[in-house]
Ligand binder design. Structure first.
Ligand code: PMP
Length: 306
């Protein structure tokens, strides 16, 4: 599906026309993947448009940049403001937001330090990532033949462009074999995450998710789900999860800004639980949708009005 265009893109502090937001083909990022980015959602709520967990996303962007020694030439506050401004000028009620920080055009050695750090914020209309039906009926996924990055190779705590070469291999392979998504194991053989989602597993009423040392991106929806689960007076254990534990689980779901909370109905063609969305997943999903639609009080301060 082609990207739905909007009017303006925020490009190094200026709002430029969509078709003028271009970079040179010899920019460092094109050759070496030197970018860090975010994926954020703006929802249409009962009380107007609101960005979900804006501060947390901007903080993660700055953390990712710090790991790669990229000095973002704006403050966190300025980036938050720029995001809200970009939504407003494009007159979008609900959208996906993509801030990206990258090494631009100057020299083309591997050492990026001579290249300028550029910042772009784009927004576009976007529905559910894995589809409407997926939110209700769940997705069918495989265990990938690819592993996640080993510790101290590519830092997985950074949301960096280059990491998505790994995600691409996982997603391409999964789709080529007829699955909606792939689950990746770490080099230790334990469950890490989906190509673009964190994973939760439920067995005998207990909820588990891989801890942050299991090659996961520290997802903001993951954090949201953990908080909502605690609000529902249930517990989540963060620990190592063996692959076969997925097969015998009662329920499995993905979390992510794009995927929101998506049930997994089968893994490697093994039906999970009853092969449809389970009751605990449905409860957590319900709590999540209540928050993003502002149907309940925003008790954690997760929504920023546009
Ligand atoms: N893991 C990976 C590899 C991802 O790309 C994403 C999407 N950003 C996630 C997990 C989920 O993170 P979040 O909930 O912050 O979108």
């Amino acid at each position: 599906m082609p990207l739905p265009q909007c009017d303006k893109i925020w490009f190094n502090g200026e709002l430029v026309d969509w078709e003028d937001a271009n970079i040179h083909v010899l920019s460092h990022v094109v050759h070496y993947g030197s970018s860090v980015f975010e994926g954020i959602r703006c929802y249409k709520t009962q009380k107007g448009s609101a960005v979900f967990r804006l501060d947390e996303h901007v903080n993660r962007l700055f953390d990712s940049a710090k790991i790669y020694r990229m000095d973002i030439p704006y403050t966190r506050q300025e980036i938050c403001e720029a995001i809200l401004e970009t939504i407003r000028v494009n007159k979008l009620e609900a959208c996906y937001i993509r801030p990206i920080v990258f090494r631009g055009y100057e020299t083309l050695g591997v050492d990026p330090m001579g290249c300028p750090v550029e910042v772009v914020i784009a927004v576009w209309e976007w529905g559910e990532y894995l589809g409407d039906a997926a939110l209700k009926n769940g997705v069918s996924v495989c265990t990938s033949s690819w592993n996640r990055m080993a510790p101290n190779t590519l830092p997985f705590l950074a949301k960096a462009g280059g990491n998505y070469l790994n995600s691409q291999l996982v997603r391409i392979e999964a789709n080529a074999n007829g699955y909606d998504e792939g689950i990746v194991l770490g080099t230790d053989g334990l469950v890490s995450e989906g190509s673009g989602e964190n994973i939760f597993v439920i067995k005998n009423g207990s909820i588990y998710t891989p801890a942050s040392n299991y090659a996961i991106l520290p997802g903001i929806t993951r954090h949201t789900a953990i908080t909502l689960i605690r609000d529902l007076e249930m517990r989540v254990e963060q620990r190592g999860i063996p692959r076969e534990f997925l097969y015998v689980a009662d329920e499995v779901f993905f979390t992510g800004t794009a995927a929101e909370i998506t049930p997994v109905r089968a893994i490697d063609q093994i039906e999970i639980g009853s092969g449809q969305r389970g009751p605990i997943t449905e409860q957590i999903q319900g709590a999540f949708f209540d928050v993003i639609r502002a149907e309940v009080e925003d008790r954690h301060g997760w929504l920023t009005a546009v």
